[in-house]
Design a protein around this ligand. Structure first.
Ligand code: PXP
Length: 244
């Protein structure tokens, strides 16, 4: 089955990064969420990190109150984050690996190696009506693990693709396409994200099984120069053009 409309989830974490640099309340990620909603974004993604370096607890309810867009909460697999997710009941929860010393989410979740830890978490989120997504490398072992865990969604980490060049990039793209197809064939909805830009988004957007891309850092960076609405609209246009 070919999914024709590819959703764009906008990750607004780095609006909060700039806010937090001065400790005040400007720029407000809620204003970013409102702009994304007004210009046709399909969802808001926010990562509540354990160290709260960008999004803070109180931002979640404010984002949810400000727009009717689905909130995709990125979270590490901890009891603290589980409790927060259950309290806020976002549309989706994307479980990501998290290391304090990393600058960003550098790799995929080891869903295969952490089955016993993840299983109760996936169950509890699912029972609460939260759509669980696992942020994994485009790797067959991880898709099989997601299937065993009963996750309805996987988000394929596009970081390796984004950083690769030449033949290596072609190989990474093939891996993404194969794993999106494998996930879809097994009834798991594939999403993708990380490191996507105007220059590299189209080959990923053209993968027919992908239902959603989550894009943050580049869009917020571009927004500094041209505004958030034009940045989102241009990304949307590129995604649409890649998928007739
Ligand atoms: N998806 C997930 C699961 C992520 O952790 C991130 C980064 O926080 C993104 C998408 C967005 O990546 P980027 O900011 O590089 O666009």
């Amino acid at each position: 089955m070919t999914i024709t409309r590819l959703r764009l989830g906008v990750n607004i974490d780095h609006v909060a990064t700039i806010r937090n640099a001065r400790g005040g309340d400007h720029p407000d990620p809620v204003r970013a969420a409102e702009i994304v909603a007004a210009c046709g974004g399909d969802g808001i993604t926010a990562h509540l990190r354990e160290d709260r370096r960008h999004i803070r607890d109180e931002d979640l309810a404010r984002i949810q109150a400000a727009t009717s867009l689905p909130l995709n909460l990125e979270m590490s697999a901890t009891e603290e984050m589980l409790a927060i997710a259950l309290r806020h009941s976002p549309h989706a929860a994307c479980i990501v690996p998290e290391r304090r010393e990393e600058r960003t989410t550098e790799g995929g979740l080891d869903a295969a190696g952490q089955h016993n830890r993840l299983y109760p978490m996936v169950q509890r989120l699912g029972e609460a009506g939260i759509r669980v997504s696992l942020f994994i490398a485009p790797d067959e072992r991880q898709i099989e693990a997601a299937l065993r865990l009963g996750a309805p969604v996987v988000e394929l980490h596009t970081g390796e693709y984004a950083h690769a060049e030449g033949e290596a990039r072609v190989a990474e793209l093939r891996r993404l396409a194969d794993m999106a197809a494998l996930a879809a064939k097994n009834g798991i909805e594939p999403h993708a994200g990380h490191g996507l830009t105007y220059d590299n988004v189209q080959p990923v957007a053209a993968i027919p099984q992908l239902a959603e891309l989550n894009i943050g850092h580049y869009l917020i960076g571009e927004a500094i120069f041209c505004g958030l609405e034009p940045a989102v609209l241009k990304m949307r246009e590129l995604m649409d053009a890649a998928r007739p």
